[in-house]
Design a binder for this molecule. Structure first.
Ligand code: B12
Length: 806
């Protein structure tokens, strides 16, 4: 925490923020759909009055009316810079009388970042940077990044704030009722990311009321030593007579917020539905000194966009070593030829085999390493939620990959050479991360444990100059072959133990080097791995597909009471028999394969579930070449695979990014299948049929299948796409003189829009029939909403259309 922040947030008292702005402006006449930030120019007095009311209620700081003033989503007529500057200026004017502070309010862009969406990380960064530069110049005292639902976007915003202003940064996220962000990150994941990025205060806003926030505030207090901010809603929103209302009054709100302060929050305010009265009710709290917090134990946590993994002090995890071209001809060729699918298969198979972190190294001579490492890291992140170990000796490649990495990475590596220390440590300090400390320096690798420890100590001490703690380092005491140095194993084992006990660092080791130059290497590797585990190895860099290594790992954990009730061992080896000594069962469930029995088997369904786009297309092609009927492929593999992913999503084991990747892979497979669908004999074109996914619904895979099949059966189809308003359907059907409209809806929340569309078509175009479909519909329900026909699949639709058009 910088000293400036200490002054701002840590006054020794609970720090009071303001309450909602949007709902206050609505009370003053802001219309639905109107851009609130434009009031900074047109209704400045109203905006100022809201700020003044919050200061009068006791707020120490207010958020300027700039939440949506981000170039990525702003659509107003006025110059955005003017809107932001006016927002900050108005808040400043209100703050002057009250002696309070002003935050530049930074909300999300409203766009989904790649690979889940189509918005580039750098574009998101630029949008935030533009907003922050103007806000800082206009005189904001700190930057409040809020309501973030995606860690990747959050990272872009924090970097933009840090690189474009000197202001303290308070960052809060909006949790769902499951305690996770929309993209799946839990509290621990957010805390690790934000601590790594060195924001000044962290917490939650929006989402729900203060009562439901309590359990997550407790989690957060256990995960971070930063000041905690909470800005909950006035309860959960309810819709009454078409209006959204918040029902928690000021007294109840204050009582619940007091519990949040007891749980560790020291910066409190309100979000949607809160009023100056809610903030006034917190005044008593502002007199309080926040209870002292017990700092969380130093842990070494790395994250992906949705998963936090601890490199444990008293247990051990596996770093998958296979995405490293050293000694791997095929991978080297794949990297050189840009065969991303090969790399992604390596990622997925290691994840399925039980790795906890994946090493990614793309160091192939002649390749542009900064570009290749960056794109490979991003590609691997699109198919796995495991955190990655970014493995490179090129600082340029490291910085680019770290910047674009979604989460807090494990960095491999820094060593005792001055050149490495001064290049790598600042990057780890800036982007966050844990870093592997290799015990070598300008003089090479010391032959003794003493020598290696001395280098590790030096690295940790240099790290302290950049604010890094011993727990930010994972010491690698380096594995030299026993064939070259008979004492190597003993030296490693001693150094491992001492790194853990004397330095308090976690350890890692590329175990299989030990057997270099000897026969039967897997046997030696597994034996040495067990020895290293018993001397405190926190993370083995091993091949998770090597059965002997996994057996050593699982046996060690079962025998040392780290595998609760030997659960993992039993799950893995129940079917073991001496004839088949390697374990086949019990593979860990990854998020992408959750709810499935997926291992790394190569099927179209598996490729879709894992989001492997080009594999899915290739497998669809080879299935068709093998004689599979296109419709069987759709109904027997593509649709069931999506259903499995959907079930995982419903039960909270799969998150939006994986769902999106699976949908993309399914789309790629379908594109291949489409071209193979049976073509109707040339003849007169039938139709037209107007097809649409209804308003509010963006699911269109099923509708696209319907369209393709209709076309292949000789129908002219006018496809209006997705999220189509009823009026547009009617207008098109009328213009085209269509006798059939096909509507698709996949969500319970959008069947209402379907009903509305059916009604409107029937009213306006009595001769036009409406057929409906989509996963949530049933024949019964279709009849109830007045549809003329329902088909459970695309073929049913074709049959109905054939009947209708004679
Ligand atoms: C893929 C997918 C997505 C993709 C969609 C990509 C795309 N371009 O379509 C993405 C990731 C974008 C997505 C987003 C969301 N999704 Co989604 N998604 C799915 C998933 C896994 C598969 C849907 C699918 O494509 N199935 C395969 C196709 C081929 O099947 P189908 O559409 O049913 O079509 C067949 C038939 O029904 C019929 N048919 C279809 N249309 C028509 C039309 C006519 C006229 C006829 C006759 C026949 C017919 O023929 C087709 C071929 O045989 C489902 C789970 C599931 N089991 O359905 C969830 C699911 C539909 N999604 C769900 C949710 C909640 C969401 C989100 C709200 C998530 C979020 N929090 O953001 C958003 C929705 C945003 C929005 N406003 O629409 C829920 C809906 C819950 C509910 N009951 O309301 C589901 C059920 C998952 C779940 N179990 O929770 N999703």
């Amino acid at each position: 925490m910088n000293t400036r922040t200490k002054n701002i947030f840590s006054s020794g008292h609970v720090f009071l923020l303001d309450g909602a702005m949007g709902t206050q402006l609505q009370d003053r006449g802001l219309k639905p759909g109107e851009t609130p930030e434009l009031w900074n120019l047109s209704r400045a007095d109203d905006v100022r009055a809201v700020h003044e009311a919050y200061f009068a209620a006791g707020a120490n700081a207010v958020y300027a009316n700039t939440f949506g003033a981000n170039p990525a989503k702003y659509h107003g007529d006025a110059l955005l810079e003017d809107v932001i500057a006016a927002g900050v200026r108005i808040a400043r004017e209100a703050a002057k009388g009250a002696g309070g502070l002003v935050a530049l309010d930074v909300g999300p862009t409203g766009r989904l970042l790649k690979p889940s969406g189509d918005f580039e990380f750098d574009a998101a960064y630029d949008a935030f940077a533009a907003q922050i530069r103007v806000g800082a110049a206009a005189g904001a005292d700190f930057v409040a990044i809020e309501t973030m639902g995606d860690t990747y976007e959050l990272k872009a915003a924090v970097l933009a704030a840090k690189e474009n202003s000197q202001l303290p940064v308070l960052a809060t996220v909006a949790l769902g009722e499951d305690g996770k962000l929309l993209t799946g990150a839990n509290v621990e994941c957010v805390a690790a990311l934000l601590e790594g990025l060195r924001v000044d205060a962290i917490g939650f806003n929006c989402g729900f009321g203060p009562d439901m926030t309590l359990q997550y505030a407790r989690h957060l207090a256990a995960a971070t030593s930063l000041p905690i901010a909470v800005k909950p809603n006035a309860g959960l929103p309810k819709v009454v007579d078409g209006r959204t209302v918040f029902t928690v009054g000021p007294e109840e709100f204050a009582k619940d917020v007091a519990a949040l302060v007891d749980a560790g929050a020291s910066i409190v305010g309100g979000c949607c539905g809160t009023t100056p009265d809610h903030i006034a009710a917190l005044k008593g709290l502002a007199m309080r000194t926040p209870p002292a917090r017990t700092p969380p134990a130093d842990r070494t946590v790395v994250t992906s966009g949705s998963r936090a993994v601890e490199i444990p002090a008293d247990d051990t995890i596996i770093i998958g070593e296979r995405i490293n071209p050293t000694g791997k001809k095929k991978l080297r060729a794949a990297l050189s030829e840009g065969d991303v699918a090969y790399v992604l298969r390596e990622a997925v198979s290691q994840a399925d085999a039980g790795a906890h972190i994946l090493d990614v190294n793309t160091g192939v001579p002649g390749l542009d390493e900064p570009a290749v490492l960056d794109s490979t890291v991003q590609a691997v992140q699109s198919v796995t939620d495991l955190p990655l170990q970014i493995d490179t000796s090129d600082p340029k490649a490291l910085e680019r990959a770290l910047r674009h990495y979604n989460g807090k990475a494990l960095v491999n590596s820094v060593n005792g050479k001055e050149e490495s220390l001064s290049a790598v440590l600042p990057l780890v300090a800036k982007y966050g991360g844990a870093v592997v400390a290799l015990t070598l320096d300008e003089s090479g690798i010391p032959p003794t444990a003493d020598g290696r420890l001395a280098i590790a100590r030096k690295i940790v001490a240099r790290g302290a100059e950049y604010g890094l703690k011993p727990s930010d380092f994972v010491v690698d005491v380096l594995c030299l072959a026993v064939s070259a140095d008979a004492g190597s194993a003993n030296t490693i084992l001693e150094a491992l133990w001492r790194a853990r006990t004397e330095l308090g660092c976690r350890t890692c080791l590329g175990v299989s080097n030990i057997s270099f130059g000897l026969p039967a290497r897997p046997l030696l590797n597994a034996a040495f791995y067990t020895m290293a585990l018993s001397r405190g190895l926190s993370a083995g860099i091993v091949n998770p597909l090597a059965a002997d290594m996994m057996t050593a790992y699982k046996a060690f954990r079962a025998l040392t009471a780290r595998d609760s009730a030997c659960g993992e061992w039993i799950a893995s080896y129940t079917d073991w028999s001496p004839a088949a000594p390697s374990a086949t069962g019990g593979q860990r469930t990854t998020a992408a394969s959750a709810g499935t029995n997926a291992s790394s088997e190569s099927t179209l369904a598996s490729a879709i579930r894992h989001g492997l786009k080009s594999d899915a297309a290739a497998m669809a092609k080879s299935s068709l070449a093998g004689g599979k009927a296109p419709l069987d492929l759709i109904d027997g593999e593509i649709v069931p695979a999506l259903e499995t992913v959907g079930r995982g999503f419903e039960s909270g084991r799969v998150f939006l990014p994986q769902l999106l990747m699976a949908a993309e892979a399914a789309g790629a497979a379908f594109e291949v299948v489409r071209t193979a669908l049976p073509q109707q004999e040339a003849g007169s074109v039938k139709g037209p049929v107007v097809m649409a996914t209804v308003k509010g619904d963006i699911h269109d895979i099923g509708k696209n299948i319907c369209r393709a099949l209709l076309e292949n059966y000789g129908f002219k189809v006018i496809d209006l796409g997705r999220d189509v308003p009823p009026e547009k359907v009617v207008e098109t059907a009328r213009r085209e003189n269509a006798r059939l409209v096909g509507l698709s809806a996949l969500m319970t929340t959008t069947v209402g829009a379907m009903e509305e569309t059916v009604r409107l078509v029937h009213k306006e175009l009595p001769c036009c029939k409406v057929t409906v479909g989509g996963a949530v519909l049933t024949e019964d329900y279709a009849a109830r909403i007045g549809a003329d026909n329902y088909s459970k699949d695309a073929m049913g639709l074709v049959r109905y259309a054939e009947g209708l058009f004679g």
